[in-house]
Design a binder for this molecule. Structure first.
Ligand code: ATP
Ligand code: MG
Length: 363
């Protein structure tokens, strides 16, 4: 029998999803879903993880669960083909995290570069919530509970996947082959690994307010693109422009496809030709931004339209989540049965153990 291919990814309900999620992970998920080359696909809303750095703002998390679910449906995730669920409703994930906590050291967690950056970003330097600090462990539980083999994520998740692999390996080494080591699936386009925010400073991130959301209106999108960071040295049209760190060109790398030239800017035949003109000088930022806007608008308009349709029946979206959660919980429960057996904590269903102890004490 060939090894099962199980795809799993999640997103934190800390805001609506943005175009960084789209190029970093969502687009790939939809593609994998539609190719159908997998046994199971799980997509989850990581509300328990969102609470690790939003403990005093449960309402924010609660409001964004439905926003993320709507974003999923609007990009084309199909509940008939993948199981969409809510993390906190699967207590088995907490249980597995608890056992995993013993398989990782504090210093190993302290070395995780993504957690380090996120701690600094959130101003947690002096008092880090334990739950936040250990979220890579709980994320390992999310992955391991579903025996995920394939995890399509952005590059910021690489240290998490390394951590997950180490924990799973250690578990299997100690308790015998039970869990499956996951593989990270990164975007193949470098611009999509970690899409910068519109300010050009850091990764586009819900927590930083530098996002273009999938659900932004056409007017919001236009405003954001027009005020995007470009090349501070490109003051006059005739000046040579620089591509390095120029967010407009990074977005073009992520979104521009050959057909967009025929559609929106036939003067150029390729992105290379456009870049060549820009670096030579004589091409203004305004025109390049307009091109980017046309591309983004043509990509996002259908997503926005689909979202409006799903927004008309919100109870149906919750019902879809409820069904997905029920299905996912059954899978996690099955894995936890195996985990408890491997860890020798399955006392009540181990008749051999009870008989053996009875015999020992009878002597
Ligand atoms: P938060 O600021 O709350 O952490 P976020 O914007 O980082 O939110 P997450 O829910 O943490 O979003 O990430 C969900 C998925 O999207 C992950 O796979 C992550 O790698 C990917 N992702 C997030 N931001 C980007 C980005 N700017 N570029 C590429 N991928 C991204
Ligand atoms: Mg994040």
């Amino acid at each position: 029998m060939t090894k099962n291919k199980i795809i799993l990814t999640g997103d934190r309900p800390t805001g609506r999803l943005h175009i960084g999620h789209f190029v970093g992970s969502l687009r790939r998920r939809v593609q994998l879903q539609n190719e159908g080359d997998y046994d199971k696909m799980f997509v989850f809303i990581a509300d328990a993880q969102a609470l690790t750095d939003n403990v005093d703002n449960p309402e924010k998390v609660r409001q964004n669960v439905i926003e993320v679910a709507l974003d999923y449906l609007s990009v084309g995730l199909d509940p008939e083909k993948c199981t969409i669920f809510i993390q906190s409703q699967i207590p088995e994930l907490c249980e597995l995290s608890f056992y995993f906590m013993n398989m990782v050291t504090v210093s190993r967690l302290q070395r995780n570069p993504t957690v380090k950056t996120e701690i600094a970003m959130r101003g947690f330097d002096s008092s880090i919530p334990v739950g936040f600090f250990t979220y890579p462990v709980s994320q390992t539980a999310d992955i391991a509970a579903f025996k995920a083999t394939t995890v399509p994520v952005g590059e910021d998740q690489r240290p998490m996947l390394e951590q997950a692999t180490e924990i799973v390996r250690r578990f299997n080494f100690i308790y015998g082959d039970t869990l499956v080591e996951p593989n990270i699936l990164l975007p193949d386009n470098a611009a999509c690994l970690r899409l910068p925010g519109t300010d050009g400073k850091a990764k586009m991130s819900k927590s930083l307010g530098n996002c273009i959301y999938l659900s932004d209106t056409a007017a919001e999108l236009k405003k954001k693109v027009k005020s995007m960071f470009t090349d501070p040295l490109h003051l006059r049209v005739e000046d040579p422009g620089h591509l390095e760190g120029n967010t407009v060109f990074t977005y073009l790398d992520a979104f521009c496809e050959p057909h967009h030239f025929a559609e929106f800017w036939p003067e150029y035949e390729s992105l290379d030709a456009l870049k060549e003109h820009y670096t030579r000088g004589g091409l203004g930022d305004g025109k390049v931004k307009q091109f980017l806007l046309n591309i983004l608008e043509s990509t996002l308009a259908p997503i926005r339209e689909r979202r409006k349709e799903f927004e008309k029946d919100i109870p149906a979206v919750y019902e879809m989540l409820r069904r997905g959660t029920e299905e996912a919980r059954a899978v996690a429960a099955q894995t936890l049965d195996e985990v408890r057996r491997a860890m020798k904590i399955n006392y009540f269903d181990d008749e051999a153990l009870i008989a053996e102890q009875a015999k020992r004490f009878a002597q």
